[in-house]
Ligand binder design. Structure first.
Ligand code: ZN
Length: 245
C-alpha cells in the first residue's frame, strides 16, 4: 500500500512538473558543502523520473577508471586543488549527452563557479533548451558545520555511503550498514578543511547567485532555508513545493 501511494505520488509529480514542459527538464541544485544536495537529488530522481548527475561522482568515477583525465584529476585533488572548470564541464556534457532525448537531469554540484554557470546556459541554449529550475538550499553556517563535522563516509570506494552521527547514524558504530566496511571522516570534513570549503563557497557562490537572479531569469531560482531541525522529508517537501510553482 505504501509502495502504491509512493508510485501515485511520483505519477502526480511527473504530471505537474515534467509533462507540461514537453521538453527536457533540467533542474540545478545549489547550496553550500553539506547542504544535502546529493540526498535531495537522490530522493527527487526516482520521483521525477530524471537521472541524478553528480559532478563529484563523475570525477570519482573517472579517477576509479584510471583514465588519463582521471589520473590528472587525482593528482590535482590530492594536492588540495579543485578539478579544473574545463574538465568538469566536459564530463558533465558527456553525461548529459548519454541521457535519452526528451529527458532532462537533476544536476548536483554543478555549476560551482560563474564560468560553469555561463557555459551550462550556452550549452543548453545550443541544444534549444534551458534550465527549468534552480533550487538553492541555504543552510546557516553553524548548521553546515554541524553536518560536515559529524559526517562519516564508508571507506569502501565501491559503496561510498555517507552517514551522520546525529541525524543518520549507522546501526553499528563506525560500520557501514550497506557493505560492512569501516566508516571514516573524509579529509575535507576535518575542521580546517571545512572552514576553507565554506570560505571558498561564499566567494564562488555570490556571482552565481547574481547570475541566476538577473532580470531575464525571473522566477528561475528558489531560495529555501531549511535548518538542521527539519527532517529529510520536510526538506524534500519544500523542494517539491518550489518545483511545482
Ligand atoms: Zn559501505
Amino acid at each position: 500500500m505504501k509502495n502504491h501511494a509512493f508510485q501515485a505520488l511520483c505519477f502526480a509529480l511527473r504530471r505537474w512538473i515534467i509533462w507540461p514542459l514537453r521538453k527536457p527538464c533540467h533542474i540545478v541544485l545549489l547550496g553550500g558543502p553539506g547542504a544535502g544536495k546529493g540526498t535531495i537529488a537522490s530522493q527527487l530522481s526516482p520521483m521525477l523520473g530524471l537521472p541524478h548527475i553528480s559532478t563529484g561522482a563523475l570525477i570519482r568515477q573517472e579517477i576509479a577508471l584510471q583514465t588519463p583525465l582521471g589520473l590528472s584529476l587525482k593528482e590535482r585533488i590530492a594536492n588540495g586543488g579543485l578539478a579544473p572548470d574545463d574538465d568538469v564541464f566536459d564530463l558533465l556534457v558527456k553525461a548529459l549527452k548519454s541521457i535519452p532525448a526528451g529527458h532532462g537531469a537533476i544536476l548536483d554540484g554543478f555549476p560551482r563557479t560563474l564560468a560553469q554557470a555561463q557555459r551550462l546556459e550556452q550549452k543548453l541554449e545550443s541544444w534549444g533548451i534551458g534550465l527549468q529550475s534552480v533550487i538553492w538550499i541555504e543552510l546557516a553556517e553553524p548548521d553546515l558545520i554541524e553536518r560536515l563535522s559529524l559526517r562519516r563516509t564508508c571507506t569502501n570506494k565501491d559503496c561510498g555511503r555517507s552517514y551522520h552521527l546525529k541525524f543518520d547514524p549507522p546501526c553499528v558504530e563506525s560500520v557501514c550498514d550497506a557493505c560492512g566496511h569501516a566508516l571514516a571522516q573524509r579529509s575535507d570534513d576535518h575542521p580546517d578543511a571545512i572552514s576553507n570549503r565554506l570560505a571558498l563557497y561564499k566567494t564562488e557562490s555570490m556571482p552565481i547567485r547574481q547570475f541566476y537572479q538577473a532580470p531575464d531569469k525571473e522566477g528561475l531560482v528558489s531560495f529555501l532555508q531549511p535548518t538542521n531541525a527539519n527532517t529529510k522529508q520536510e526538506v524534500l517537501a519544500m523542494v517539491l513545493s518550489a518545483l511545482s510553482k
